[in-house]
Design a protein around this ligand. Structure first.
Ligand code: TXA
Ligand code: MG
Length: 347
């Protein structure tokens, strides 16, 4: 089956085009669509059979719950109950945008969406195509990132086509995504805000908006923790992170030379300011260290480039963990998996 590919200009949306995608959602189909973070693979969140299709085509385990995407015209009281005061505050401040809140669900949300958990993850995306699609579909969309399970999330339509092109109904092509990393996922312990996954809304911004915040990605009970599978967001190549600090260049070269002696095909991923340290090695630049937003938007594309060029190992130099840097390093450590040479939890 070949998907219908609908090209849409995010600055000049043709409602007729979106209507076709919305009709596919209403009839139980699977539609890949752009959000401001990464491409999502959407299905009608209120239709358990449609949602089952998402798990099937992604080869995603049924115990990994999905985010439900809503539009501003929807009454979210139909989907969630017991909304903590701080959840309201964060939604008011950051919606529409790359923030996902995990809140007690109502019966309307099928169990398959939340993998049987009592809470549902809810997000209102800001991408105009995503907003128009959800609105026209007239139903919330359950949508994980539109990649094969455990692969890097797709930041361009070509990534979606290469991972899932044969098994979904529609791809809405809105060009490259803006942020390039997934949304920030927050849960609540009473009024305490738990950052379950750092992402598009920085921890600094969340701390400015509410009093009680703790960063606990990876530290929660397995069942409640997003990205709980040890290797996640990962390219085929093995990722070896090199921590910041004294001697980073020497440590990077030590790993590089060891791999070179073994005949392993490897590349180095670093910021532009450091690329000249590694003349004679294959280097891919993430962006300037002064521009974490640019680095975030390139990360998954660079992972996929290394794979396309058959690299076996990516030596990934760590960058400062402020702003989006925290989310970038979280994804690099997750991609490296639990047994890499340097994988402390970035919390
Ligand atoms: O930016 C994003 O969040 C993108 C776009 C498409 O919206 N979506 C995305 O979805 O990254 P996904 O499925 O790849 O990641 C969602 C994360 C998973 O790690 C999942 O475990 C967690 O959110 N999650 C979903 N529902 C949850 C729940 N009820 N409780 C705790 N964690 C949940
Ligand atoms: Mg994903």
């Amino acid at each position: 089956m070949r998907p219908l590919i609908i090209r849409v200009d995010p600055l000049d949306i043709d409602q007729q085009d979106i209507k076709e995608a919305a009709a596919a959602i209403r009839s139980g189909g699977l539609v890949a669509f752009p959000t401001e973070t990464v491409y999502g693979l959407g299905a009608n969140a209120l239709d358990p059979e449609a949602v089952a299709g998402i798990f099937r085509v992604k080869k995603r385990p049924l115990d990994d719950p999905l985010i439900v995407h809503v539009s501003e015209d929807m009454d979210i009281g139909r989907f969630v109950s017991e909304v903590p005061e701080n959840a309201r505050r964060l939604m008011d401040k950051f919606w529409p945008g790359p923030l996902t809140v995990v809140i007690r669900k109502t019966e309307l949300i099928p169990d398959i969406v939340t993998a049987g958990l009592e809470n549902v993850a809810l997000r209102m995306p800001s991408n105009p195509i995503a907003r128009a699609l959800i609105k026209l579909a007239g139903t919330p969309l359950a949508a994980p990132s539109a990649n094969m399970f455990s692969k890097p999330s797709p930041t361009s339509p070509s990534h979606v086509i290469s991972d899932l092109g044969d098994s979904i109904d529609v791809i809405v092509d809105g060009g490259d995504t803006d942020i390039g990393l997934e949304s920030t996922v927050v849960g609540f312990d009473g009024e305490k805000v738990l950052i379950l996954r750092p992402g598009g809304i920085t921890v600094e911004l969340i701390k400015n908006a509410v009093d009680s915040v703790s960063v606990c990605h990876g530290g929660l009970k397995a069942q409640e923790s997003p990205g709980k599978y040890p290797r996640h967001y990962s390219p085929d190549a093995r990722v070896v992170p090199i921590e910041m600090g004294t001697g980073q260049e020497i440590r990077t070269k030590h790993v590089a030379d060891t791999l070179r002696n073994k005949g392993t095909r490897f590349g180095i991923m670093c910021v532009s300011e450091r690329a000249s340290l590694y003349k004679g090695y294959d280097v891919k630049v993430l962006g300037s260290e002064k521009d974490p937003e640019g680095c975030a938007s390139r990360l998954y594309g660079v992972f996929r480039e290394f794979d396309a060029e058959n690299y076996e190992v990516i030596i990934a130099e760590a960058i400062p963990e402020h702003g989006l840097g925290l989310a970038i390093m979280n994804r690099i450590y997750k991609a490296a998996g639990p047994h890499s040479e340097a994988t402390p939890d970035p919390a």
